[in-house]
Design a protein around this ligand. Structure first.
Ligand code: ASP
Ligand code: MG
Length: 444
């Protein structure tokens, strides 16, 4: 069970989470994020230190410490546990202060970023112990490790999670930190912002759990973006592949890469709502429902780059040269459309845009369009099904489309439009795909 920052965002929320995880007598591993806002504050502290302003960092640390100390009276009923946790917090914050006095590098930054999860898990474990629950805190830094490519080292994780569990048998609740890990050199590191979901999926896959539960503050995944479209409905079931497509395309409730380990281990992932624990949520598993379109999602801040060249005509190796430029600047391409004399790609990382465009000019006429948006339709879009692509296309009758991509996988068709046209497009898709439609069975 993984609980995000909002779910452990106050003393009351921590109590609610504790109630949830002790509601039955099943053994479970619980992965916690930092209290909401904390990781951002830790980033801010690091920022001051990078800018060589220890006083700025100091002030933010003090503010954060006061905030945490305030939770103690509400969280603990006994002096014993209140004092124990107060002592722990004091040590934590003086450690943070000590880091304002040393040379500051990305190494220290990662140490600072790790403290949010270390604090939240200690607070909740202490609360459970005060309540008489058989709980124990397993250090994520001893279980989660990345390899030289900064990818999770699955074999290591499996082995060391096992070691930790065997060293601590007979507990009901195992608490651990999301997000944080060690890298291939043994240094403290993390799985990138929002990485707690990833931790949960890695551990769930490692122990071949019955189910991985991701608890957030929304009621599962919706079939369209409720901020722009009325009448969206929760999606009750997604195939792993469909969830992976949606996670990238802006469906904010799951970290994009985290589905892979669960998929390979065949462990279902269930998305649930802490504020409404009885709601069914969304289950992501290995079942592909033929003949259904599941959901629509959009991603903003897309940059569309077009390269037109008659040199591409009948030439081989042209695309390789183009893609190599993106590779050199570590910029990943998300969508592609090609013709015999041109290729368009999208990127969402603008860090090296100017240099990339400069180099692309060697190979053709380059155009750049910013503030674009990818809209993706996810479901059974295998080529042997007829009619689904046309229904999706139909929604774009009144909307200028810059790119289309179909056939990359059996689960997706994507369109690039200007951000200004996004809402119109999402609303039209809601009508053609999900409302009054006999052609497409509604998701069960
Ligand atoms: N605390 C980390 C973050 O805010 C990880 C997470 O919440 O998943 O990014
Ligand atoms: Mg989070």
């Amino acid at each position: 069970m993984k609980f995000g920052g909002t779910s452990v965002g106050s003393a009351q929320r921590m109590k609610d989470v504790s109630k949830l995880i002790t509601a039955d007598s099943e053994q479970k591993i619980v992965v916690l994020s930092a209290m909401s806002g904390t990781t951002n504050t830790l980033v801010e502290i690091s920022d001051y230190l990078y800018k060589k302003n220890p006083e700025g960092a100091y002030n933010v640390i003090n503010q954060l410490e006061r905030k945490y100390m305030d939770h103690l009276t509400e969280l603990y009923a006994t002096n014993e546990w209140r004092q124990k946790t107060e002592q722990f917090l004091k040590e934590e914050f003086s450690y943070l202060r000590s880091l304002t006095k040393t040379l500051f590098t990305s190494f220290e930054e990662k140490v600072i970023l790790a403290q949010g999860e270390i604090i939240s898990t200690n607070m909740v474990t202490n609360y459970l112990l005060e309540q008489g629950v058989k709980a124990v805190l397993l250090p994520a830094l001893d279980m989660i490790r990345t390899d030289k490519n900064a990818e999770p080292d699955l074999a290591y994780i499996r082995e060391h999670t096992d070691i930790q569990l065997q060293a601590n048998p007979d507990y009901d609740i195992y608490i651990t930190q999301g997000f944080i890990c060690r890298n291939a050199y043994g240094e403290i590191d993390n799985l990138q912002r929002g990485g707690s979901d990833y931790t949960a999926c890695l551990i769930g896959a490692a122990i071949e759990a019955e189910e991985i539960q991701i608890w957030t503050d929304i009621d599962g995944m919706h079939n369209n973006d409720p901020r722009f479209v009325e009448g969206t409905e929760p999606v009750r079931q997604l195939y792993f592949e469909e969830a992976a497509e949606l996670a990238y395309f802006g469906a904010k409730i799951l970290h994009p890469t985290c589905i892979q380990p669960a998929k390979f281990a065949g462990v279902p992932v269930r998305l649930l709502n802490t504020m409404d624990p009885a709601a069914p949520g969304t289950i992501i598993n290995n079942k592909m429902h033929r003949g259904t379109i599941k959901a629509v999602a959009a991603k903003d801040n897309i940059i569309c780059i077009g390269i037109q060249s008659s040199r591409m005509l009948l030439a081989h190796g042209f695309l390789r040269k183009v893609f190599e430029i993106f590779e050199t600047y570590k910029t990943s391409i998300d969508m592609i459309a090609t013709s015999e004399v041109g290729v368009s790609v999208t990127i969402d990382n603008r860090a090296h845009l100017a240099t990339i465009v400069d180099e692309l000019k060697k190979y053709g006429t380059v155009t750049v369009e910013e503030r674009m948006c990818i809209i993706c339709v996810v479901g059974d879009l295998a080529s042997q099904n007829i009619g689904f692509e046309t229904l999706a296309m139909d929604a774009f009758k009144q909307v200028p489309v810059r790119m289309v991509s179909y056939g990359g996988s059996e689960h997706n068709i994507s369109f690039v439009v200007a951000e200004a046209d996004k809402q119109r497009a999402l609303q039209a898709l809601q009508r053609t795909l999900f409302t009054y439609n006999d052609h497409i069975r509604r998701p069960a």
